[in-house]
Design a protein around this ligand. Structure first.
Ligand code: D41
Length: 685
């Protein structure tokens, strides 16, 4: 019915929001298969709430804004929560957090410090566990907050949830005790579950939360039992009839309550901390954010609770969320955006990579406008077309990925992605090697794009480290035909360089000096700098240590190459193919004339002091970079690995070393400080 003071377009907008949100809710809660990222859902619900606040007549009882969770599934019996399960409001920035704190102080006229119980926000499912006389009698999902589903049988399969509490009935715990917490699927179990599903050609889950939900909603608890779910308690529900004085159990500190629940045998998240003041929250938030990738379970923020239970009661509730608690969420790792175009980039080795140009979107803390699509197979897997709405994900330092296409948002302007028939840069033939997913330009250094990339690689920090030769300058120099191979760099004159855009005489002079200095190098850097496919720093080092001179590497047989550490059939073939190519030989020979490396016959690898010793580096080093330390170790014959195993001999632990340090300690691996490492270098060099 039309209201006098709401425009019909506003009513339409609200109706559209209802339809969309109800649909997304159904997908999320009933099907355990979200169709859009949480951030998109949050944006729409906030939009709806804002309209409702300004136009109360549009707020109906069945509005999605009035819902706490999902409708209960029909197949499980229903459970009415004796005390409703509340929801949490969100904040997304330090400003919003401070506004929350100010409201706390205003409301309670509390000028003293407010203690905060700080918890990670687990990305799982809220459940309520009911213990009567210490025995687990019922477990329910949150459902809509008042009524949930009876999932007792499924919960019983979770190993960390005790079927019987520790301690004595009526003394250590009350007659009736409801514990609330989050059921979640550890990252490792999630990965295993999805890997198996993919192998069997079955559908995989979008994230550990959906996998946990899907596993808890199994009507057959045998399936749940195979899913390896876990649980952390975060609060209490109904508590009744303690024989002595119920206050004995109910300490007035939320944190201490959690500790007490833990004593009864229920797990509590080890990251939970009691903070003395609200000022410490920002630091907690940052620490948890830094640890996020290393944690064994998925989290999407922190939950901050007024610790004092008396104060909690004074603060009370708004709608169905407490005023004394808030979720301070991390920036979303998944967002919705549009693929505006797909372009093809040619890399150093000729690989033609499709790159999606995105409508810029803020995700995982940065603005993203490109995402690699890897290859044709990936595009087919996604079923992607130009102009599609996609979910983009950026987690930690990982490059942004397109997770999926939101098919229900596809319009008639969706366009097929057409792969180029020839190289998009030089128009030469392209081919796709058998067994490989990538398309390659066959022109090698004759292709302008490959030339540019080869020169950038040659002058990069880990190769010849030519300071002042940025990517843009390389591109200009190649475009102006002043250089076409790395060897040409050494023919450049001050005049050539200073004639480039944004290049003064001073920087040209500096660059000439840097190029001159780059002539002095090591064999390992030289090999690395050639940019042979799949020959990275470590392999280049191994090749240099093994063969000791360039011509030995150039003429090595397929078999003798494979005698080198890290070199298998593929890398050996890449090396041979590289040196077979006439245009590469011209460059290598020219460079061989120009470059100098200590011409002493290098020591054979068996004679190096750290041969056969495996090192792992972790934490930050203050006196040198990690890659510098790695290269120095490798030059002494050591192997440097990325992960700790029983085969590791030494762990070099810098500042803020984390899980690797703990693991190394557990395995009794020798731990070296940065100082120890420097002493080691001093001893051998
Ligand atoms: O880790 C969580 N997901 C979490 C959820 C937590 N650590 N604490 C929570 N505390 C509450 C209150 C303050 C209402 C007892 C929660 C939730 N609620 C919650 N989970 C799902 C909806 C609400």
């Amino acid at each position: 019915m039309q209201k006098a003071n709401s425009s019909s377009s506003l009513i339409e907008q609200v109706e559209q929001l209802h339809t969309l949100l109800n649909h997304y809710n159904y997908q999320y809660y009933v099907m355990d298969e979200p169709s859009v990222p949480d951030s998109e859902y949050d944006r729409l619900i906030r939009e709806l709430i804002a309209i409702e606040q300004n136009n109360p007549e549009l707020k109906t009882l069945d509005s999605p804004s009035q819902k706490v969770g999902g409708e209960p599934l029909k197949a499980f019996s229903q459970v009415t929560h004796q005390i409703p399960m509340l929801s949490l409001d969100n904040v997304f920035s330090s400003d919003e957090w401070e506004a929350f704190v100010n409201r706390l102080h205003d409301r309670v006229r509390h000028n003293e410090k407010i203690k905060i119980c700080a918890e990670p926000k687990l990305d799982g499912l809220a459940v309520s566990l009911r213990y009567v006389q210490g025995v687990l009698v019922q477990a329910a999902t949150r459902g809509d907050g008042s009524t949930g589903e009876n999932i007792t049988e499924n919960i019983r399969t979770i190993k960390s949830i005790p079927l019987k509490l520790k301690g004595e009935n009526g003394i250590d715990y009350p007659e009736v005790l409801e514990v609330r917490g989050e059921v979640f699927m550890p990252k490792s179990s999630f990965k295993k579950l999805n890997d198996t599903a993919i192998k069997k050609g079955e559908k995989s889950f979008a994230n550990p939360r959906n996998a946990a939900a899907g596993s808890l909603r199994q009507l057959d608890s045998k399936i749940t039992a195979q899913r390896h779910l876990d649980f952390y308690a975060y609060g209490l529900g109904y508590v009744g009839n303690l024989k002595n004085d119920s206050k004995v159990f109910l300490k007035n500190s939320h944190y201490q309550r959690l500790c007490q629940i833990k004593k009864l045998g229920l797990p509590m998240c080890p990251e939970v901390l009691l903070l003395e003041t609200t000022d410490q929250v920002q630091e907690f938030y940052q620490n948890i954010l830094d640890k996020r990738e290393a944690l064994s379970y998925e989290i999407d923020g922190t939950v901050l609770k007024v610790d004092d239970v008396v104060l909690q009661e004074k603060l009370g509730y708004v709608a169905r969320a407490p005023r004394w608690a808030i979720a301070y969420k991390f920036p979303a790792q998944e967002e919705l955006t549009i693929v505006e175009d797909v372009e093809f980039q040619v890399g150093r080795t000729g690989a033609i990579t499709p790159v999606a140009r995105l409508k810029p979107v803020f995700v995982g803390g940065v603005t993203v406008s490109n995402a690699t699509l890897h290859n044709q197979d990936e595009i087919e897997r996604l079923g992607l077309k130009i102009n599609d709405a996609v979910i983009i994900r950026r987690a930690g330092d990982v490059i942004p990925q397109i997770v999926s296409v939101v098919l229900e948002k596809r319009h008639s302007n969706a366009k097929e992605i057409v792969f180029p028939k020839t190289c998009p840069v030089c128009d030469s033939n392209v081919n796709r090697n058998e067994g490989e997913a990538v398309l390659r330009c066959t022109a090698g250094l004759f292709c302008q794009a490959q030339r540019k990339e080869a020169i950038k690689h040659f002058s990069s920090r880990k190769a010849h480290d030519i300071d002042g030769l940025g990517d843009k300058l390389v591109e200009q120099l190649v475009d102006e035909d002043l250089i076409s191979t790395p060897a040409d760099l050494f023919k450049l004159t001050e005049i050539d360089i200073s004639s480039m855009e944004r290049m003064g005489v001073k920087s040209a002079k500096k660059l000439i000096v840097a190029i001159e200095n780059a002539k002095e190098t090591t064999l390992a850097k030289f090999i690395y700098g050639l940019g042979i496919r799949e020959v990275g720093e470590a392999t280049a080092n191994n090749l240099a240590n093994h063969f000791c001179n360039l011509s030995a590497i150039q003429t090595a047989s397929f078999e003798s190459l494979q005698a080198v550490d890290d070199v298998g059939e593929i890398v050996a073939k890449n090396i041979i193919d590289f040196f077979k190519e006439e245009h590469n030989l011209v460059v290598v020979n020219a460079l061989n004339e120009i470059m100098t490396w200590p011409n002493i016959v290098m020591k054979k690898v068996e004679e190096l002091p750290l041969t056969d010793q495996t090192f792992v580096l972790t934490g930050s080093l203050s006196q040198m970079g990690r890659s510098e330390a790695k290269a120095a170790l490798q030059s002494l014959g050591a192997k440097v690995s990325g992960s700790i195993s029983a085969k590791t001999h030494f762990l070099v632990a810098g500042e803020k070393a984390g899980s690797k340090l703990t693991k190394a300690q557990n395995l009794d691996i020798t731990i070296l400080s940065e100082e120890d490492l420097i002493k080691l270098f001093a001893k051998y060099t």
